[in-house]
Design a binder for this molecule. Structure first.
Ligand SMILES: *Cc1c(COP(=O)(O)O)cnc(C)c1O
Length: 393
C-alpha cells in the first residue's frame, strides 16, 4: 500500500464528488446531496451556474493571463464595479481571502508609516476570529490551534475579547494601527457583532486615527442579506478583505480601501502574479452583476427568513440538542449541546452537506440561489438526523 500522496492536512473525504448543479452535488457512486456548505460560503450562485460557465468559457477562449505589469481593462472594470457599490475608492485583487487579508494588514501599517508614525504597528484582532492561514492571518486571528508549532508569534498583533468594548478601549494605545474583525464571525461560530458595537468601533477608530479593517471574506457578497454585513450597522470600514462568494467558486479575493487608507500603496510596494487574472475577472464580473440585482438580495432575505423559521423549529423540537440559533442571512449556525460532527455525519448519511464551526456550532452556508423547497428539505433532513442522533445518546 502506498501512502496517500496528498499532505494529510484535511480530514478524509466521506465521498468523491464529481458533479454539481445548483445546490446539488453528485458523487462517483451516483448519490445526490443537497449542498448547504457551498464550498464554505463560496459557490454563491450554485454549482456550474450557466451564467458563470458562459463567462468563464468565453474568457478562456480569449485570454487567460498577462502580467500585472500590463493592466487589463477587465481588472479596471471590476474594480470600478466594486467601488461603485461600497465605501471603497480603490481595489487590489488577490487569489484568495488570506492574500486579501495580507494586503489589508500591509496597507494598514504602511498608512501609518507614511504618516510619520512607523511605531504604529499593532493590529488588534478578536477571539474566535478566522482570517486565513498565512503568518499574518494566523497572528491576526491568534487561534492557538493554528499558531502552535509555527514558531514565535509575530510582534504587533494583539487579541481582544469579541464584543467587549471596555477590554478593547483598555488595549488601545499610541501604537495601535488597526482593528480587524469579521462583522459576522464564520469559522468562530457564526457570531454576529451587534450594530451598536460596530458603530462604537467606527467612532473609536475615527478618534484615534486607527484603521478599521473588516474581514467580509465569508459574510460579504450578499450572504448576510445585504451586499456586505457591515451595511446592517450603517457604518463603513477603511479597509475590507473580500473573497469566497465574489468569485462564485473561482479562486479570487480583493482588498478594498478608501483612498486615504491606501495612501501608502504606491507603485512597487505590493503585488501578485495571478491576482486580477482575466479568468477571475470575467467570472467575478458575472458574479457581481448577479448579486447586485435588488431582487437578488430580496431572495436572500426571503430564504434567510425561511431558514430562521426552520432552525427555530429544530430548536423547539430538539431542546436536548440545540442550544441557540445564530448568525444572519444565509450565514447561520446552530449551537449544539453535543459535538456537531455527530449531527453533521448523520445529515451526510441522509444526503445533506452542512459544515461545522467553533464552539459546537453546526454551520449552514448554502448557495444563495436555494429555493424554499431546498430549505424545507434541509430542515427535514436535519430534523430526521437529530432524532436519529438522540436515539444513540
Ligand atoms: C475563508 C476565510 C478566510 C481565508 O480565505 P482563503 O480564501 O481560504 O484564503 C479569511 N477570512 C474569513 C472570514 C474566511 O471565512
Amino acid at each position: 500500500m502506498t501512502i496517500n500522496p496528498l499532505m494529510p492536512v484535511y480530514p478524509p473525504a466521506p465521498a468523491n464528488f464529481v458533479e454539481g448543479k445548483g445546490a446539488r452535488l453528485r458523487d462517483d457512486k451516483g448519490n445526490e446531496y443537497l449542498d448547504f456548505v457551498a464550498g464554505i460560503a463560496t459557490n454563491c450562485l450554485g454549482h456550474c451556474n450557466p451564467i458563470l460557465v458562459d463567462a468563464l468559457t468565453k474568457q478562456a477562449n480569449k485570454l487567460w493571463h498577462v502580467s500585472n505589469s500590463y493592466q487589463t481593462e477587465l481588472q479596471k472594470e471590476l474594480a470600478a464595479k466594486w467601488t461603485s457599490v461600497t465605501f471603497a475608492d480603490v481595489v487590489f485583487f488577490t487569489n484568495s481571502g488570506t492574500e486579501a487579508i495580507e494586503a489589508c494588514l500591509k496597507l494598514t501599517r504602511k498608512y501609518h508609516f507614511e504618516k510619520g508614525k512607523p511605531e504604529k504597528i499593532d493590529i488588534i484582532g478578536f477571539d474566535g476570529a478566522f482570517h486565513g492561514r498565512s503568518y499574518g492571518a494566523i497572528n491576526a486571528a491568534a487561534n492557538p490551534n493554528y499558531i502552535h508549532g509555527f514558531g514565535p508569534a509575530l510582534p504587533g498583533f494583539k487579541q481582544c475579547e469579541f464584543g467587549n468594548l471596555d477590554a478593547l478601549k483598555a488595549m488601545i494605545n499610541e501604537n495601535t494601527a488597526g482593528i480587524i474583525l469579521e462583522p459576522i464571525q464564520g469559522e468562530g461560530g457564526c457570531r454576529a457583532a451587534s450594530d451598536e458595537y460596530l458603530t462604537e468601533l467606527r467612532k473609536i477608530c475615527d478618534e484615534k486615527d486607527i484603521l478599521l479593517i473588516f474581514d467580509e471574506v465569508q459574510s460579504g457578497a450578499a450572504r448576510s442579506g445585504k451586499l456586505f454585513a457591515h451595511e446592517w450597522a450603517g457604518i463603513t470600514p477603511d479597509v475590507m478583505a473580500i473573497a469566497k462568494g465574489i468569485g462564485g467558486g473561482f479562486p479570487m479575493g480583493a482588498c478594498l480601501a478608501t483612498e486615504n487608507a491606501a495612501l501608502g500603496m504606491v507603485k512597487g510596494v505590493h503585488g501578485s502574479t495571478f491576482g486580477g487574472n482575466p479568468l477571475a475577472m470575467a467570472v467575478g464580473s458575472a458574479v457581481f452583476e448577479e448579486i447586485t440585482k435588488p431582487e437578488f438580495l430580496d431572495h436572500v432575505n426571503q430564504m434567510a427568513n425561511a431558514v430562521t423559521q426552520g432552525l427555530e423549529s429544530l430548536k423547539d423540537a430538539h431542546p436536548e440538542l440545540v442550544e441557540e440559533v445564530r448568525g444572519k442571512g444565509l450565514l447561520r449556525g446552530i449551537k449544539l449541546k453535543i459535538d456537531p460532527q455527530i449531527v453533521r455525519s448523520k445529515a451526510f448519511e441522509n444526503g445533506l452537506l452542512v459544515a461545522v464551526a467553533g464552539g459546537n456550532v453546526l454551520r449552514l452556508v448554502p448557495p444563495l440561489i436555494i429555493t424554499q423547497q431546498d430549505v424545507s428539505e434541509a430542515i427535514a433532513i436535519l430534523d430526521k438526523s437529530m432524532s436519529a442522533v438522540k436515539e444513540t445518546l
